[in-house]
Design a protein around this ligand. Structure first.
Ligand SMILES: Cc1cc2nc3c(=O)[nH]c(=O)nc-3n(C[C@H](O)[C@H](O)[C@H](O)COP(=O)(O)OP(=O)(O)OC[C@H]3O[C@@H](n4cnc5c(N)ncnc54)[C@H](O)[C@@H]3O)c2cc1C
Length: 388
């Protein structure tokens, strides 16, 4: 695809080396002549594939199987800068990272979401979470140590990353305890802050997930907001206090600080972008993935999921390459995507469809089978092998 671009050399800077960032960088690098620079800026040295963290918890993956050094992108002709991004000036497309300024012709902002665990007093000390690789590793040991008592899984706010993840966590913990033969002596409860599982995907998906939990004897309680936690107890908004032997939580999220402090942020702190082109109000500046808030017809935002970040990255990279090469772009993100829900025992369910459909997302749900488990493996393979 390279070689059509006879104009001046251009620099595209991609902020964030997560799913959106690496896909955007990889697609651009393949499309553009090497005299055009593609620069990726990330804080940590490694890319880690969060969608596989629950497999780390359940012992199906080792941490090294879901991590790749971002340095390897240099072999592909991508300039990688390891630095903390401190400020974004979208008007001049200038980024300050570790005190150094980088100016771009095109800027792609893909900084993910920050965790807001501190909004629930005591939660971090009382429980463990699977949203970091280290947390998933610790949970592997903690679940293995459970032989009796009560495991309590909570979503600590209605808004979090990956709507399926806490439900998968409960199902995979159930599967692990059945494998070790102790499930009969352990109660598992899932209390969610939201009114139904994966509600954005519609009532059919919610009903299917609720029935999966019931079929596995997991005590599901929706609209039950945790307010505080301490050693062995969790308090809820309705005044109840509950005991547990192991507390597993999905933390609330907040917009990444650097995005929220920039003129790109809307009133909520999330970045505003056109939901199809991902263009912001600033020429040449795009925002993709979890740091955006893309409205749906039902008044809720598009769920924050890697599958969407990935598809948005490909559309944006295609349009930037076209612009540099002086040809029409026209790629857009159409709101389609799917979400696997691992149920253990080598199976997963799958919900997929058009989240931009009117008057509500049109999502079809498929029951757990080996096929969708293999589909999730293919997603992992696609990201790790294709871009890293
Ligand atoms: C447990 C779990 C399971 C999940 N399962 C799935 C799944 O099955 N399917 C699915 O589609 N999605 C899943 N997701 C969601 C998915 O991981 C995210 O939606 C996806 O990673 C978003 O990509 P992103 O590029 O927007 O952000 P990220 O992947 O979070 O990348 C953001 C990057 O920006 C960096 N960064 C942030 N701020 C700065 C700064 N100031 N300076 C420098 N670098 C910075 C971060 O360090 C990070 O590397 C899951 C998430 C979790 C936590």
């Amino acid at each position: 695809m390279a070689g059509r671009d006879g104009g001046p050399a251009r620099t595209t800077v991609i902020l964030g080396g997560g799913i959106g960032g690496v896909a955007a960088a990889g697609r651009l690098r393949r499309r553009l002549d090497r005299r055009h620079r593609v620069v990726l800026v990330n804080r940590e040295p490694d890319f880690t594939f969060a969608a596989s963290y629950l497999w780390v918890m359940s012992g199906q993956r080792r941490p090294d199987q879901v991590s790749r050094p971002l340095e390897s992108l240099r072999r592909r002709g991508i300039d990688v800068v390891f630095a903390d991004i401190e400020a974004i000036d979208p008007a001049s497309r200038t980024v300050t990272a570790d005190g150094r300024q980088i100016t771009a012709d095109h800027l792609v902002v893909s900084l993910g979401a920050d965790y807001a665990t501190d909004t629930i007093p005591g939660l971090a000390g009382a429980g463990e979470t699977f949203v970091t690789l280290a947390g998933a590793q610790r949970l592997k040991g903690a679940v293995a140590a459970v032989t009796r008592g009560r495991v309590l899984v909570v979503t600590a706010a209605p808004l979090y990353r990956c709507p399926a993840a806490p439900y998968e966590a409960a199902l995979l913990i159930d599967a692990a305890l059945r494998r070790t033969g102790v499930r009969g002596s352990v109660d598992i409860a899932l209390h969610s802050a939201e009114p139904a599982p994966m509600g954005v995907a519609g009532p059919n998906v919610s009903a299917a997930v609720t029935s999966l939990l019931a079929g596995r004897g997991i005590d599901y309680r929706p609209s039950h907001q945790i307010t505080a936690a301490g050693l062995g107890y969790a308090d809820f908004a309705d005044g109840q206090s509950e005991g547990f032997d192991l507390l597993v939580y999905m933390p609330p999220i907040r917009p990444p600080a650097v995005g929220a402090a920039s003129p790109l942020a809307g009133a909520t702190g999330w970045i505003e972008a056109d939901r199809r082109t991902l263009a912001t109000a600033f020429p040449g500046v795009y925002a993709i993935g979890d740091n955006t808030e893309l409205p749906l017809s039902i008044g809720k935002p598009l769920p924050r999921a890697g599958v969407f970040a990935h598809r948005q990255a490909l559309a944006v990279a295609g349009n930037i390459a076209a612009s540099i090469q002086g040809r029409p772009g026209g790629a857009s993100f159409d709101g389609h995507g799917g979400c696997f829900i691992e149920t253990g025992f080598g199976k997963a369910g799958y919900g997929s469809g058009d989240f931009y459909a009117e008057p509500a997302p049109a999502v079809k749900v498929r029951p757990p089978s080996r096929r969708w488990h293999l589909g999730k493996i293919a997603f992992e393979y696609n990201v790790l092998r294709r871009w890293l």
